[in-house]
Design a protein. Sequence first.
Lengths: 273, 430
Amino acid sequence: MDITLLKFTAVFYILATGSFIVYVFYLRDSMSRLSPLILFLGFLIHTAALGLHFFQSGYAGVNELREAVSFYNWLMVAVYLLIQLKYRLTVLGAIIAPLAFLMTLAGFAFGESSGELPPGLRTYWLPLHVTLAFLGNAVFALAFGVSLIYLLQERQLKHKRMSALMKLFPSLEALDRLNYILLVWGFPLMTLGILTGSMWAGIHWGNYWSWDPRQISSGIAWLFYGTLLHGRITAGLRGRKAALLTMVGFVVVIGYFLWGDSIFPSRHAGRFE
Amino acid sequence: MNKEIVIVGMNHRSAPIEVRESVAFENAYIRDALGRLSAYPSIQESVILSTCNRVEVVAVASDHLSAFEEIKTFFAAQRAHRNRDDLAELAEHIYSYHGADAVRHLFRVAASLDSMVVGEPQILGQLKDYYQAAQRTGTVSAILHRLFHRSFSVAKRVRTETGIASRVVSVSSVAVELAKRIFDRFDDKTVMLIGAGKMGDLMARHLQSNGVQSLMVTNRTFERAVELAGGIHGSPILYEDFPHYLKMADLVIGCTGSPEILVDVGMVEKVLKERKQKAMFFIDIGDRRNFDPKINELDNVYIYNIDDLKNVAEENLQERSTEAERAEGIVLEEVQNFTRWISSLEQVPTITALKQRFEEIRRKEMEKSLSGGLRDLSESQKKALEDMTAAIINKMLHDPISHLKRSSDDDQEATLYIAALKRLFGLEKK
């Protein structure tokens, strides 16, 4: 992967972070347009880096951890920019921009790319499965951010304090609705991610479900989010509890994504025979 | 002629209301008053401001000391008009500013930094009205025109760059502001008003003006509920029935004056289940508590009583003062820009006058010499002499003039130099 382009991406993401922070803490209105724009520029460079990698190597870079992190990061920023376009939730950028920056940095830390795709992975299933699974997860990352803002806002209202920061936050009703919308989008994507993975496994390895640790963890996460969605639709699960559960679910999923494979060896960890 | 900006007047801090009233100008007579004011010899341009919190004259004058006296006499005349003629009492309540201080004062007034409620937005509109009145009367010219327009844009800058105007401070607007933090929109929300207290009625109206359409009103005496509901287009409900209707209400306002708890935790818990946990906002606005404060411990329910609302208002007030400090910084910056412009106005005429004065001396001396001892010079020699004397003057004036031009960055220094030049070379005699 092109390191120079990724370095530029990181620079823009940290600039966007600074700009969002100025917006949130100094309430500068001018920053509400500038900050997403800087993030968008970083996103364009990021896109170029991923595109270049694709054309040079001929496959989408999602195999090794650094590639996967970078691709996931890219999807997350894309989803945020879409939300920003539709809901003008600039304050959410103050959570996403630093996250995007840290994930770009993390990409550097995971070592050099080999530039070689193992033969077992040279199939269209790889980009399809990974894109769907990651996209679902990126939507949950945004739901995490929205939930965090919800909890901050809720806390201030319960403690009867009205800070200047709150002026930037949308109403609890709007945040809760957005959280629900993200869940409604994220859950089917996650489902499709698991289904394509299972079908791929079935075609290549002969069995659809092999109780691989990654499959188990995905299954648990799927059940968790499914229950959450079900609760929201039928049982009036909303507000603070829904926000808390959304955050817990995401932390577990992302934690497993980053470190799970080193604890429980899995076929996902690049061990493809 | 010299031009100085002066402000003489009084505000809510410097003078008690009786004194301000005694010199206030009614809108209908502003034109007359401006006419009388311009008759004073040193007043060149003028605007009168007269609001409930301040009476001020903003003027351009040839000399600030005589302008101060003249405007005070003008105020005294206004007061005498109302049969009060003790000028001494008036004098202790009046402040007078000139130069940069006057500019700063006007900018602060426009930016609502000098208001009783700092950040309140009305003053800017009033300022514009009084400026326009003066403009129509014809007592405004280049300097006040620029000064007032500058003050309007300073006010705008302060408004957009600081949070000074954004913090609500009245109890009922704090409640609406909080409701907006909870609910995204009001047109699909229902309000229940329990009790006939005045604050409750006010609160309900405030919510209606923010979009609430559905309103239930209940009171122990049903007739009173019907009467109240009629005034605010709500539907009256029987007092005994209100717990059944509670599940429909998103905002509940309690204002009964009764000392008992009308809504307790168990009741709200049950209602929430029926509402599928949809958020509720309880506003306990009466003197006595009608809602159990423990309701706050339930999820998706928020309750504020009158003290909570007052506390938030108080916090907002404090936050305004830190924002006000930032606003003062903006004002100072703008004052510097403005005084720079003013001193550049004075500079050009001073430089021209200085050149003219030197040229005059040269011409006189040349004439004297050419008709005296140097009578026999040839034309080309006369020409050379002419050039030489002109060159001497230019060389001599070069440093002082370029220094003066450069000094315009520092208002005080520029004023000092201009005054010195005028004195030293007798530029003001004509």
